[in-house]
Design a protein. Sequence first.
Length: 184
Amino acid sequence: MRTCTLSSLYLSALVMLAAPSAHAAIPQLDPTWFASQLFWLAVSFVLMVVLVRTVIAPTLESVLATRKEAIESAVREAEHIRAEAVSADASMGGTIATAREKAAAQTLQAQQESARHNGECLLALEQELKIKLSRAEAAVADAKASAMNELQEHAANLTKTLVEKLLGASVNAADALNSTRKVS
């Protein structure tokens, strides 16, 4: 499409140049005005150059300088912050390592104290259980002895009754008890 537009402009310019009445209609193409047009072109160009050098270029330079200074300042600040972060990381790494060592030492100490305490508790419990066992054994022995005495008394009474009923003889209770104790 652009080629078509350029070629149509080119053709229309040729038609205007070729036609004798076209010079009168377009004064820019009339050679009598070329000197005046070149003069004003030079004046306009000089004014534009002066305007660009005195107003536009300094403004652009100050904006670019300010921008460059801001960027450099930001870069310096970022480098400073990064350096602080690296030093803080190194410091924090040392602090963390120290804290880990301290925690490991405290854990080991707590484990040792717990093991010692558990050992003491086990010893106390074992002694308490031995005392309870000896008391229980004594209670069982007393109960057994009491039960045996009762059983022997009943056996002596039974023996005395049997001898009296079967043999018709009278037996002393102490003798019956002694005889049952000999048998058991």
